[in-house]
Design a binder for this molecule. Structure first.
Ligand SMILES: C=C(O[C@@H]1C=C(C(=O)O)C=C[C@H]1O)C(=O)O
Length: 361
């Protein structure tokens, strides 16, 4: 009886799979035609459209009635779009490497598995590679919910003409990792990226107060190093653990359970309105009383939601502040145009880094 039921259900699944297969192929053909239309209009046309992809994913999440969760369903569609896009040519993406970093995880989350991800050894190399046209986009970390801003990324924008084309937020879980050579009772050194060490500070104080904490270029680099040392451990994410065949002796050791990192997608593209967008700008002001107030007032008067503001020392003179500001809205929105005009009147210099869809996944 149950065997009959099982056979029947499997038949239904086979039939549905056949339909899904056909529908995905029909969709891929449609996407191919879109590519041809774009190509006919403009031979240099950029096929990848961040605003359209964000709209597709948001619509999937809105229309989904379960039993699969909204994010799960969106992830499946993310992969379908990624594969459709790769039919033309896979998107090439440079990320802060080596292989196995959270930035690679963010790149895959944003572009799907059909993108070609190329590791770079430093943030400014990611910028350089995109500027040189060797890759289409770059992925760099910009802020962590526990530790704050990745100042190196902000500084790189000051020397670059690249645009921000998107953002992606990743939940970050850290693990304490050892290799098969590690003598677990003799761990005297723990490698990780400075941000990760900081994210696990309390856990380390409680469990490994005597071990030396050594900051290296990336978590994946930490994972790689301990392969050859018997007295060291590393702190890194799942991807690095898998990639280097390391054992987790403690999981989710980050001090804040909702620890997450925001990454930016950088490229050469002006992204159109998606309907739920953010804009990032850099404003430089004279160092005079009320400089910050003058900026904030403009946003307040026009009722614009500020999502982040960071101050960095300007490179051009000792007496200037530089503010990195993110806010809701798109540069093509009429009210944002007015806001930018007003800010321009008050600032020494104003540079729009880009308008882009708010992270969907
Ligand atoms: C099909 C298009 O081009 C690309 C592929 C998409 C898709 O598979 O849905 C969406 C946006 C673009 O990255 C389009 O612009 O509609």
């Amino acid at each position: 009886m149950t065997d009959d039921k099982l056979t029947g259900l499997r038949k239904s699944i086979d039939k549905l799979d056949g339909e899904i297969l056909k529908l995905i192929s029909d969709r891929a053909r449609c996407a191919q035609e879109v590519a041809q239309v774009k190509q006919q209009e403009d031979s240099d046309a950029v096929y990848y459209r961040p605003e359209r992809e964000a709209q597709v994913l948001r619509r999937v999440m809105e229309r989904n009635d379960g039993p699969l969760g909204d994010e799960e369903m969106a992830r499946l569609f993310r992969e379908i779009m990624s594969a459709c896009l790769a039919l033309e040519e896979p998107v090439k993406v440079a990320f802060l490497g080596p292989e196995g970093t959270f930035t690679q995880q963010a790149a895959v989350k944003h572009f799907g598995h059909s993108a070609v991800c190329v590791p770079m050894s430093a943030i400014d190399e990611v910028f350089r590679e995109v500027t040189a046209g060797a890759v289409n986009y770059g992925v760099v970390p910009v802020e962590n919910s526990t530790e704050g801003v990745v100042s190196h990324t902000l500084d790189s924008f000051m020397d670059s003409n690249l645009k921000i084309c998107g953002e992606v937020v990743l939940r970050i879980h850290q693990n304490m990792l050892v290799s098969e050579n590690t003598r677990r009772n003799h761990i005297t050194r723990i490698y990780s990226h400075a941000q990760s060490l900081a994210q696990c500070r309390k856990w380390l104080d409680a469990h490994w107060p005597m071990a030396e904490r050594v900051a290296v270029n990336s978590n994946a680099e930490a994972a790689r190093r301990i392969k050859g040392e018997w007295n060291s451990a590393a702190i890194a994410g799942d991807m690095a653990a898998e990639m280097y065949g390391l054992e987790k002796i403690a999981e989710k050791i980050e001090d804040q359970p909702d620890n997450s990192t925001r990454f930016l997608i950088i490229g050469n593209q002006d992204v159109q309105i998606s309907g739920a967008d953010k804009t990032s700008i850099v404003v430089s002001m004279r160092n005079q009383p009320g400089a910050l107030h003058a900026i904030l007032e403009v946003f307040q008067v026009h009722n614009i939601d500020l999502t982040r503001i960071e101050t960095r020392p300007s490179r051009s003179g000792t007496w200037n502040y530089v503010f990195f500001i993110d806010f809701s809205g798109h540069i093509d929105d009429p009210v944002i145009k007015i806001v930018l005009e007003r800010l321009g009147e008050r600032a020494n210099d104003l540079n729009v880094l880009g308008s882009y869809p708010k992270g969907v996944l």
